[in-house]
Design a protein around this ligand. Structure first.
Ligand code: KIV
Ligand code: ZN
Length: 564
C-alpha cells in the first residue's frame, strides 16, 4: 500500500529549472558570507514564550560578541515588547558602531509608519519589508493576482522611501523579501523584485538587499541553488543588489541549501543560532560557520566558547539543543563503538599540537570550540578496549598491560551486558578495583618481610585465609618466586610489570602479575597497588592467585592453593 498522493504537496519540487550551463556545481566557497542573525525576530516569534526585553538585550550583546554585524532585532509593529526593545537599543546607545540593526515590517502603510517610529534616532538601520509572492499565498491567503501582489510590494517600497527621507539622521538600507520565494514562479519573483528595485533605485555604493527566502523548504537544495543562480543572472541591478538567502529547514536540508546557494552567488545568509526559528527552524548559523572553519575558511564569527553560547541560547529560548547537534551537541565528540575508539586513540597518539587536525572520526578539534576531550570516549556495550584504556589513562593515569586490557575488557563487557548501562570513568575504575585490587579472598596479605641472601630471597607472609591468620614462608631467586613458594600455589608467573600511578607525593606503585594455571588455557592477571614497590608486587601476585583460585573452584577443578 502506498500513502502517496500525486502531487503530494503544493510545495512539491519544481520541474527542473531551465538553467543552461549552470555554474554553481563547479564553484567552491572561498570566503564567508555576510551573516545576518534573525534570532531576535524569526527565532523569537517561534518560541512558546517570546523573550523579554532584558533577555533580548543580553542576547543582542552576545550576538555582537560572536561577531555578527547585522542583527534583525524585532518586528516592532507586531508587538509592544519588540517596539520597546528597539527603543532601548537606540536610547541606551547599546548598538556598537560596526553593528547594524534590522527590523521587519509587513507591506502595510500604518505598520511601516510604526516601524519607522521605532527606529527614530538610529545611526544606521536596515528596514526589511516583505509580502508573500507564491501562488498558494496569492490565491489562498490574500486573494490577489500577480498585479495585485506587485502593487502591494511597490506601494510599500514607495512608503518606505518616503518615510526614510523624513528621517535623514539615519543611514537607511532597504531590504525586500518576496516571501515564499522558493515556491514562487521564477519569472514572477524576478518581476516583483525588479519592481521594488525600480522604486528604490539602488546603486553599487548604496545597494539594496534582496532576500530570497525558502520560507517553507519544498525542494532539494540543488533546486534552490538553481533558483538563486537564475535570479543572480537575471537581476538587472545585480551590482547594486546584495542577494540574501533565508533557508528554513522543513526538509531538513537548510544547511545544504544555504551552502549551495552560496555556490550559486548568494552574498548573505540569514539564520539563527543552532537553527531556532519558525517550525523546523531557520538555517543554523553556527553549523554553517563551523563548516567553513573546518574547510580552512575564516567564518568571521567566534565560537571558541561554544558551550557558553549554547547554554545561553537554551536559557533564552527555553529550547534544548539536541545532543547530536553538529559541533555543539553533548554527544558529538563522543565515541561509543570499539573500532571508533581505537581509531581515535591512535589518532590522538600521533596528533601534534600545532599540526593540521587529523584525528579519525573527529571533523574538528573540540578544543577549538572550547570543548574538552573528557567525553571523547565513553564506554557502553558497543565499546571495546580502546575506550576502556582511554578512560583509565585519561581519568586515572593508569595504563594496563596490553593482554590485561583484553582480559579486563571482557569483565567490563560482562558487567554492561548484565546492567545494560553506559560506564563512566569512575564506574570503570570501580570495576577495576573490585576485580583486581580488592581480589582478597581467600588470601588477604596482611604483612610481609623479605630478606636477601646473595641470589636467594626469603619471604615471610602474614596472611588471612578466610579470617584465619597464618604465617607462611618461602624462598626463591626473587621476591615473587619466594612468595609463590610460600603460597604453594600451583601457578606459573608468566609476566610482571610495574608502573607508577599518579605523581609527586601522592604517587603509588601499581604492579601487574600474569599467571598461567596448569590445564587452563590462556593467562590470568592480578594487580596490586601500594606506596611500596615490593608490597605492590606481592599484592598483585596474591590478587592473581585469588582470581585463579576462584576460577578453578567455580569450574570444579582442583584449587590452585590447596595446601593453605
Ligand atoms: O521565512 C521567511 O520568508 C521570512 C520572511 C519574513 C523573510 O521570515
Ligand atoms: Zn523566516
Amino acid at each position: 500500500m502506498s500513502m502517496l498522493k500525486n502531487p503530494a504537496t503544493k510545495y512539491a519540487p519544481f520541474p527542473p529549472i531551465a538553467l543552461p550551463n549552470r555554474q554553481w556545481p563547479g564553484n567552491t566557497i572561498t570566503r564567508a558570507p555576510a551573516w545576518m542573525s534573525t534570532d531576535l525576530r524569526d527565532g523569537n516569534q517561534a518560541l512558546f514564550e517570546p523573550m523579554s526585553v532584558d533577555t533580548k538585550l543580553a542576547f543582542f550583546e552576545m550576538l555582537t560578541q560572536i561577531g555578527i554585524k547585522e542583527i534583525e532585532v524585532a518586528f516592532p509593529s507586531a508587538s509592544q515588547t519588540d517596539f520597546d526593545f528597539v527603543r532601548r537599543l537606540i536610547d541606551e546607545k547599546r548598538i556598537p558602531d560596526d553593528v547594524t540593526i534590522e527590523v521587519l515590517t509587513q507591506a502595510r502603510d500604518h505598520l511601516i509608519d510604526r516601524t519607522f517610529e521605532s527606529l527614530r534616532g538610529a545611526r544606521r538601520a536596515i528596514i526589511h519589508v516583505y509580502n508573500a509572492a507564491a501562488p498558494v499565498f496569492r490565491e489562498t491567503v490574500f486573494g490577489v493576482d500577480r498585479a495585485g501582489c506587485i502593487e502591494i510590494a511597490v506601494n510599500a517600497a514607495r512608503r518606505i522611501k518616503a518615510r526614510a527621507a523624513e528621517q535623514p539622521e539615519t543611514e537607511w538600507v532597504f531590504q525586500y523579501s518576496p516571501e515564499v520565494f522558493s515556491s514562487t514562479e521564477l519569472e514572477f519573483a524576478l518581476e516583483i523584485s525588479e519592481a521594488v528595485a525600480d522604486v528604490w533605485q539602488p546603486t553599487p555604493e548604496r545597494p539594496m538587499i534582496l532576500n530570497l527566502p525558502a520560507t517553507v523548504e519544498g525542494a532539494t537544495p540543488n533546486i534552490y541553488a538553481d533558483q538563486i543562480e537564475w535570479m543572480c543572472r537575471h537581476l538587472s541591478r545585480r551590482a547594486a543588489t546584495i542577494v540574501a538567502v533565508h533557508p528554513h529547514n522543513d526538509r531538513g536540508t537548510a544547511i545544504a541549501a544555504a551552502e549551495l546557494a552560496l555556490l550559486a552567488g548568494a552574498d548573505r545568509i540569514e539564520g539563527c543560532l543552532f537553527g531556532n526559528g519558525e517550525r523546523t527552524g531557520n538555517v543554523d548559523l553556527v553549523t554553517l560557520a563551523l563548516n567553513l572553519y573546518t574547510q580552512g575558511i575564516d567564518p568571521g564569527l567566534d565560537f571558541s566558547r561554544i558551550n557558553d553560547v549554547a547554554r545561553f541560547v537554551e536559557d533564552a529560548t527555553g529550547l534544548p539543543i539536541h545532543p547530536r547537534h553538529p559541533y555543539v551537541g553533548d554527544l558529538v565528540f563522543t565515541a561509543f563503538s570499539g573500532s571508533h575508539q581505537d581509531a581515535i586513540k591512535k589518532g590522538f597518539a600521533v596528533q601534534k599540537e600545532d599540526a593540521i587536525w587529523a584525528v579519525p572520526y573527529m571533523p574538528i578539534d573540540p578544543r577549538d570550540l572550547g570543548r574538552s576531550y573528557d567525553s571523547v570516549i565513553r564506554v557502553n556495550s558497543q565499546s571495546g578496549k580502546g575506550g576502556i584504556s582511554w578512560l583509565l589513562e585519561n581519568s586515572y593515569g593508569l595504563t594496563l598491560p596490553r593482554r590485561m586490557l583484553v582480559e579486563f575488557s571482557g569483565v567490563v563487557q560482562q558487567h554492561m551486558d548484565a546492567t545494560g548501562a553506559e560506564m563512566t570513568p569512575a564506574g570503570i575504575w570501580q570495576l577495576f578495583t573490585h576485580t583486581y585490587l580488592e581480589a582478597e579472598t581467600p588470601i588477604r596479605l596482611a604483612r610481609h618481610r623479605l630478606e636477601e641472601q646473595g641470589e636467594q630471597h626469603n619471604v615471610t607472609l602474614d596472611i588471612d585465609w578466610q579470617g584465619r591468620q597464618t604465617r607462611l614462608t618461602g624462598c626463591g631467586n626473587g621476591p615473587l618466586a619466594a612468595a609463590l613458594d610460600a603460597l604453594g600455589a600451583n601457578v606459573t608467573v608468566h609476566s610482571f610489570e610495574e608502573r607508577s600511578l599518579g605523581s609527586g607525593a601522592d604517587a603509588r606503585a601499581i604492579a601487574f602479575v600474569e599467571l598461567t594455571v596448569a590445564d587452563r588455557p590462556g593467562t590470568l592477571f592480578g594487580a596490586g597497588c601500594s606506596t611500596s614497590i615490593l608490597e605492590a608486587s606481592l599484592r598483585a601476585l596474591v590478587s592473581a592467585v585469588n582470581r585463579a583460585q576462584a576460577e578453578t573452584l567455580a569450574n570444579g577443578q582442583p584449587p590452585v592453593c590447596a595446601t593453605i
